[in-house]
Structures are given as structure tokens and as C-alpha cells.
Design a protein around this ligand. Structure first.
Ligand code: F6P
Length: 366
């Protein structure tokens, strides 16, 4: 049955780093939009396409068969912030404001609403574009799960699945060779991937940014396990983890990005310290972008589809400046400006943390 809404044309874009489930959202937006008779304009490469005027109409045929496909059929970019746009002048990178070009294209395409799928960087941009008069609806994505306004972002479950599977594999080889294997995982300033992945994969030590660790506690845990007959250990370290007496390990800086800091390298640091101070042989696996690629888990496919559908419902009802959010088991919505106020971090009363400690996993703090 055809539904009705004043909204006739909606744009959709995927911003920031990709993650499993983006295509499932695009499909979840495009199919229900047709029931309202809306046209869906797929904007390419996130906000870059909005500024540069690159888009094409999406039909049911375009989104057929993409539910299980990783990445995004639209392309994405974490360097296309219209308010922080890099241009090359005389061999140097300068930052300029291109938000008016973004608004011009939004108007030229006759969009009544724009559905922007992204993480905190994308939602900050959405908030500013909303203030410029665009009708925006946000859909929260990130493997890091660090957006406070939603209980979960899609992509996180898929990343946790990869970490868990990797730990299962590392378990057997660590045990055979009596080694300490360190697995470095993503997550930026939040420890959700390390905590949930480490818990699912049976890590012995989990190091997260929210709990600066003591080196001695890590050595003690490894040696204590040996006394109990366990001659190997698995350490799951978040890229943003840091020792009590040190800083996060930074791999590089890129001023073109919303967050210029590129984390990475703590795994090697932890491995060297353990080897030098316990005499035990160590190896490091950096999971990197394996956590972002590939097919979404069933949980992420379902969450992404629900987010897509409810984003279209918000557009149809003219409820702009809002982001869909998971609260308990229900999809609700929150103001975009409220969604960007706070990062969601692991807290002392996080139940997964409490359970992990109760089963003897060390966080290097006690
Ligand atoms: O925010 C998602 C994320 O994968 C982080 O966990 C990681 O720090 C960052 O993006 C990596 O970004 P890039 O793909 O630009 O290297």
C-alpha cells in the first residue's frame, strides 16, 4: 500500500570510516522510501560527494542483494568535512569552509531531507548542517561503539566477532608454543572492542584506554598463570590503551581528518616490555582493518535494517535534526545535538567489565 508524506526526495550518504552494515542501512532506507513514493539520491563518498556534487538516484535494483555485503556501495571518506575542507595551495595543505557548496548541492538536487550514516565526526557535521537549514536525519555507525546517545552502533558486533575469532585462533598457537600473544584491536579512545572482543575470545589480560594499566600487574598475571600450569597468555590491547606512567601510542597525524590523530603501535610496546621483564617469548597480531571489512553479523544486519527503516519514518514525519538510536531493544530517536555531547566510554559499573574481572581477567589495574 502506498504511504504518503510531504517529503518527496531524500539524499543518503555514508560518512567517516566504513564498517559492516552500511549497505544494510542503505537498503533499509531505499526500499521503504519507495513505498512513500520518495526518490532516493545516493551521494558518493560521504560529504565529499555533497560538496563536489556527485550523486545518483538509487532504485530497488541498486540495493538488491547488498544486505550481506561489507563496505558501502556509495563510498565513504573521513576527509570530506565541508567545514574543514583541505585544499592544496603552493604545495601546502590549507583548510577552507565549503559548507555553502554543500548547501547549494542539497538545494540543486531538490532534497527534502538527508539521511547521513556515520559516527561522531559525521554527527558533528550533521549538527552544523542542520543549523544551516538542511533537514538531516542521522544514523549512528561505528565499530568503536563510542556514541553515547545509542546503546549500540551497528558495526560493533561484527568487529567483536572478528576479534573473538582471532583470539580463538591465537589461543591454540599461543598454547602450543608457550608464548604470550598480544592482539592489538581498534576502538580509538574507547575500550568497547577490546572489552567485548576480549571477553568473547577468552583473553587473560585486557587493556583499555579507560583503565591506565600498571606494567607490574601485567607481568604478575602472566607469571601467576604459569604457577597454575598455564604456560601461555593472551593479551587483548585496545589501540588507545596507555600505561599509568605513559601516553597513548600515536602512529601519525593527518590534518585532513575530523580527528587528526591516528592511533596504533601499543601492541609492540606491550610485547617488548613483557619479553624484557618476564623473559617469556611474545608475538603480536595487529587486527587493523580486518575489524572493519567483510560481511556484517546477523545482529548488525538486523540493527542496520531497523535503523534504515526508522530513519525513513522520521523523514516521512518531518522529524529532522534527529538521530535514530537503540534504547534497550527499541529504536528511538534523539536530537543530533544531544548525541554529540558525550563519548560513551567503559565505566567502572559496566557489567561486561565487572563480569570479566569476576572470572579473573586482568585489566592491569588490580
Ligand atoms: O573509528 C573507526 C576506526 O576504525 C577506529 O577504530 C580507528 O582508530 C580508525 O577508525 C582508523 O581509521 P583509518 O581507517 O582512517 O585508518
Amino acid at each position: 500500500m502506498a504511504l504518503s508524506s510531504k517529503v518527496r526526495r531524500i539524499g543518503v550518504l555514508t560518512g567517516g570510516g566504513d564498517c559492516p552494515g552500511l549497505n544494510a542501512v542503505i537498503r533499509g532506507v531505499t526500499k521503504p522510501a519507495q513505498d512513500y513514493g520518495m526518490s532516493v539520491i545516493g551521494i558518493q563518498d560521504g560529504f565529499e560527494g555533497l560538496v563536489e556534487g556527485r550523486a545518483k538516484e538509487l532504485t530497488n535494483e541498486d540495493v538488491s542483494g547488498i544486505l550481506a555485503r561489507g563496505g558501502t556501495i556509495l563510498g565513504s571518506s573521513n576527509k570530506g568535512d565541508p567545514f574543514h575542507w583541505p585544499v592544496q595551495r603552493e604545495g601546502k595543505t590549507e583548510i577552507v569552509d565549503k559548507s555553502k557548496a554543500a548547501l547549494r548541492n542539497y538545494e540543486a538536487w531538490n532534497l527534502d531531507a538527508l539521511i547521513a550514516i556515520g559516527g561522531d565526526g559525521t554527527m558533528h557535521i550533521c549538527n552544523k548542517l542542520t543549523r544551516m537549514g538542511m533537514n538531516i536525519i542521522g544514523v549512528p555507525k561505528t565499530i568503536d561503539n563510542d556514541l553515547d546517545a545509542t546503546d549500540l552502533t551497528f558495526g560493533h558486533d561484527s568487529a567483536v566477532f572478528v576479534v573473538s575469532e582471532a583470539l580463538d585462533r591465537l589461543h591454540t598457537t599461543a598454547s602450543s608454543h608457550h608464548r604470550v600473544i598480544i592482539i592489538e584491536v581498534m576502538g580509538r579512545y574507547a575500550g568497547w572492542i577490546a572489552l567485548n572482543g576480549g571477553l568473547a575470545g577468552g583473553a587473560d589480560i585486557i587493556l583499555i584506554p579507560e583503565i591506565p594499566f600498571s606494567w607490574k600487574k601485567i607481568y604478575d598475571k602472566i607469571l601467576k598463570r604459569e604457577l597454575m600450569g598455564k604456560k601461555f597468555s593472551l593479551v587483548c590491547v585496545a589501540e588507545g590503551a596507555k600505561p599509568k606512567d605513559g601516553e597513548m601510542v600515536i602512529k601519525g597525524q593527518d590534518i585532513k581528518r575530523y580527528d587528526p590523530v591516528q592511533l596504533g603501535g601499543i601492541g609492540e610496546v606491550v610485547a617488548k616490555k613483557i619479553e624484557n621483564n618476564t623473559g617469556r617469548e611474545t608475538r603480536v597480531t595487529v587486527l587493523g582493518h580486518l575489524q572493519r571489512g567483510g560481511s556484517p553479523t546477523p545482529f548488525d544486519r538486523i540493527l542496520s535494517t531497523k535503523f534504515g527503516y526508522f530513519a525513513v519514518e522520521l523523514a516521512a514525519q518531518g522529524k529532522f535534526g534527529r538521530m535514530v538510536a537503540l534504547k534497550g531493544s527499541e529504536i528511538k530517536n534523539v536530537k543530533i545535538e544531544d548525541a554529540i555531547n558525550k563519548q560513551k566510554l567503559v565505566k567502572p559499573d559496566t557489567q561486561a567489565l565487572i563480569a570479566a574481572k569476576a572470572i579473573g581477567i586482568s585489566f592491569g589495574d588490580e
